[in-house]
Ligand binder design. Sequence first.
Ligand code: 5GP
Length: 227
Amino acid sequence: MLAGKQQRRLHRGTPGPALLTVLSGPSAVGKSTVVSRLRDECPQIWQSVSVTTRPPRSGERDGREYYFVSEPEFDEMAGRGDLLESARYVGYLYGTPRAPVEEHLARGIPALLEIDVAGARQVRAAVPDALLVFLAPPSWAELERRLQGRNTETAQTIARRLEVARAELDAEHEFDITLVNTSVGDVCRQLVALISAQGADAENGTARQGTLGNSELEGTRWQRLRP
Ligand code: 5GP
């Protein structure tokens, strides 16, 4: 059974196309692992590639993980209204190019954004029908372990990211649904089920109520990290 909050939020009952899904949650919770698994296994779900002023980490490729741009380039895009949302995260700018999202949605292709909480709020305002998914860690200790285990960041950056993560966890209640990242495979299956349910709603013009009786979601663990 779906937990009460999921049902309540999904009962907003707005009919019409709702194919935009946002995956958010604190840094190091595993969002990018989930989206990279989905990219390989579910190419029918289009994934937005963000622009960022952060320098590439080793192994990251321009145009795959991000478009890496300078701050003036970013500002120019933002000034032209080319970004659907944007946010500054621990010293760097991140944003979602608007045109590709709109083009895919117009063609009925489900689109997925992996962005921070501040960006998710902007998407909520710009696209009220978007489904906002919060990816939560199994525990705070696990999140700390994952962030500290990353050797791509300095101690100072890790400390700052942990601070931001605390605030991001407090925003969980603003989201439509929480998936707890206990297993990448489970989260991917649950996300695909959610996105398919949205697509079915959009196609049928039906309200969201009752569309999530999907067996993939039956086992969705619902937990709040904070009282
Ligand atoms: P990272 O530097 O670890 O790749 O990303 C830092 C944070 O920025 C993560 O929480 C990630 O989800 C978020 N992020 C990535 N792209 C975007 C974007 O286009 N917009 C916003 N608002 N956040 C983003």
